[in-house]
Design a protein around this ligand. Structure first.
Ligand SMILES: [Zn+2]
Length: 226
């Protein structure tokens, strides 16, 4: 990989036009982190692959992007977009602000993902897309089911259950690709954020760091704003 900016690396084969675009994308993504979190306290190292071979060389195949703990993100050629960079950056930002792996374990997977979806403003997981799922009666988790996906394993099982990994088949049949689980998680956290705003998110993080339970912190900041 070649370093093209402080903390930004790309594969050697990448064109100069792509390199320029990536630097713009990172700047745009930082603006989204600032919009939701108030400021960016993390500047992860970003590794961008313009070829699938490059992505495979890191041991990954089907995913669009990966984040690693509190400071590194890797992107496949399918993952080089402002929403996907912002999504991964949100994971890094939350992890870093929570600052303890132990506390992070008390944050359910659905919240971490729902917040990343909210921050990313990913069009395929938007509020409009959620309405499409509702109107088209596409299978998606109930709120109770969603709030039950606490561990990574439960989350991944649900991704499979709601057919997010069947999108290749859907596309080949001429149907729209959908992300029922991510979209539903985004819908839940987007509504919460609309009420509590950046102030509430920061307060939520403080409550978690002070040892409050997730349920109490999540509903508590909601009450603070009333
Ligand atoms: Zn994610």
């Amino acid at each position: 990989m070649e370093k093209i900016d402080d903390r930004v690396y790309v594969n050697k084969e990448m064109s100069s036009a792509e390199r320029t675009q990536i630097l713009l994308f990172v700047t745009e993504s930082e603006k989204k982190i600032i919009k939701y979190y108030g400021k960016a306290t993390t500047f992860p190292e970003y590794f961008f692959c313009s070829t699938e071979e490059c992505y495979k060389s890191f041991g990954f195949t089907t995913s669009r992007a990966q984040s690693f703990g509190s400071y590194r993100c890797l992107f496949s050629p399918r993952g080089i977009t402002v929403p996907i960079i912002s999504h991964e950056w949100s994971h890094v930002e939350l992890y870093s602000r929570i600052s303890s792996a132990w506390t992070m374990r008390h944050i359910p997977q659905w919240f971490d993902e729902g917040l990343a979806v909210t921050v990313s403003e990913e069009p395929t997981q938007s509020e409009k897309q959620w309405q499409y799922l509702v109107d088209s009666n596409i299978s998606r988790p109930t709120r109770e089911e969603l709030l039950g996906y606490k561990t990574l394993r439960e989350w991944l099982n649900a991704v499979h259950h709601f057919g997010e990994d069947l999108n290749k088949e859907r596309k080949s049949k001429g149907e729209l690709a959908v992300a029922p689980l991510y979209t539903t998680a985004g819908h839940e956290v987007r509504q919460w954020f609309a009420k509590v705003d950046t102030k509430g998110l920061v307060s939520f993080i403080d409550r978690m760091k002070n040892g409050e339970s997730f349920d109490s912190a999540y509903t508590g900041v909601n009450l603070e704003t009333k």
